[in-house]
Design a protein around this ligand. Structure first.
Ligand code: 13P
Length: 340
């Protein structure tokens, strides 16, 4: 492991107020999103969509790294240029999702455990050879009646830490993603309590597994009320609760926190990230960045709908969301940007 390389890559991933674009939807997830819009669920449609994303003009101005799925990292543009080369030429660092998805956790109804540790060392070596410089693993925590349980939180935290240690051994920066889901009617306070508990457990395990905190990025959820909770706090209240929770649980040695969007409307995700940076940026030990999938891609996907004729308009929408989120990192995002 070359510690300085890991530190440099982690810093590069959040330099220039840029952020990460998650385009690592598994085939079933990608197909589900395509099906909703009447797009064929084929290898070629997924390839064409990913070509649209990676060839978006000037994307590298706002996006520092792109997280790919196993199918995508092996694909090429129609003219034969590998996606990894297209990204690298655009100044975007290629990354790869390496978990094998969340499965039911035995003995824990309603809870999930993320699998994928078996053979991970070999897969990381292969991805590194293909040009990936960072990786991602997502753990899923569901909030509900009597859950999450300590057994679920601990099992997921340990898997995240073992994955992160293997990544660093292979020279890849681990993106550590414990996601507390928004589904449910729980309050913002309940989300804060669960998120804090999860993050403390994750960092305890990262320490136990000897992960170098300076060479990783945390990808958490924002602290938000459940989707069907009757009380929906304001943008500033969400920003305050999120930062307060992170200050308690995330060590200062971590260079950056890059949020997932989790199904929030795209404009709201930008507004909340912006509010955090406006209110706290100068007082925080880590950068507050983004690693969104839906909050960057969804408007573009809805314009594209599988039609070649819509590619340019979709790319414009994708670039716009990336630009809004770069502005949010600077605390310069406003609703007026959405009208341009
Ligand atoms: P969303 O931003 O759509 O939540 O996706 C982020 C991600 O990478 C989930 O693993």
């Amino acid at each position: 492991m070359n510690a300085q390389n890991l530190i440099d890559t982690a810093r590069e991933l959040v330099a220039g107020d840029k952020g990460l674009l998650a385009m690592d939807e598994s085939n079933p997830t990608c197909n589900k999103r395509f099906a909703k819009l009447g797009i064929p669920q084929t290898v070629e449609a997924r390839r064409a969509y990913r070509e649209l994303i990676v060839t978006t003009p000037n994307l590298g101005e706002c996006i520092s790294g792109a997280i790919l799925f196993d199918e995508t990292i092996r694909q090429q543009k129609k003219d034969g240029t590998p996606f990894v080369k297209v990204l690298t030429d655009a100044g975007i660092i290629p990354g790869i999702k390496v978990d094998a998805g969340a499965k039911d956790l035995a003995g824990h109804p309603g809870e999930k455990i993320t699998e994928g540790l078996d053979g991970l060392r070999e897969r990381l070596a292969e991805y590194s050879k293909m040009g990936a410089r960072f990786a991602k693993w997502r753990a899923v925590i569901t909030v509900g009646n009597g859950i999450p349980s300590p057994g679920c939180i601990e099992a997921n935290a340990q898997a995240l830490a073992r994955y992160a240690a293997l990544c660093q051994e292979a020279g890849l920066v681990p993106i550590v993603e414990p996601e507390v889901l928004m589904d449910g009617d729980h309050t913002l306070e309940r989300c804060r309590e669960v998120t804090e508990d999860v993050l403390r457990t994750v960092f305890n395990q990262l320490y136990t597994q000897r992960v170098m905190l300076e060479g990783m990025i945390l990808k958490p959820n924002m602290v938000v009320p459940g989707l069907t909770c009757p009380k929906q706090e304001t943008v500033d209240e969400v920003a305050d609760a999120t930062v307060r929770c992170l200050l308690r649980a995330v060590p200062a040695a971590v260079p950056a926190i890059a949020f997932l969007s989790g199904g929030q409307p795209a404009e709201l995700a930008s507004a909340r990230l912006n509010a955090m940076n406006v209110r706290f940026k100068s007082r925080l030990p880590w950068a507050l960045a983004f690693s969104f999938s839906r909050a960057i891609q969804q408007p573009a996907l809805e314009i594209w709908r599988g039609e070649e004729a819509h590619v340019m308009a979709a790319q414009k929408a994708l670039y716009h969301r990336a630009l809004c989120n770069r502005a949010a990192r600077r605390g310069e995002y406003s609703a007026a940007m959405e009208r341009t």
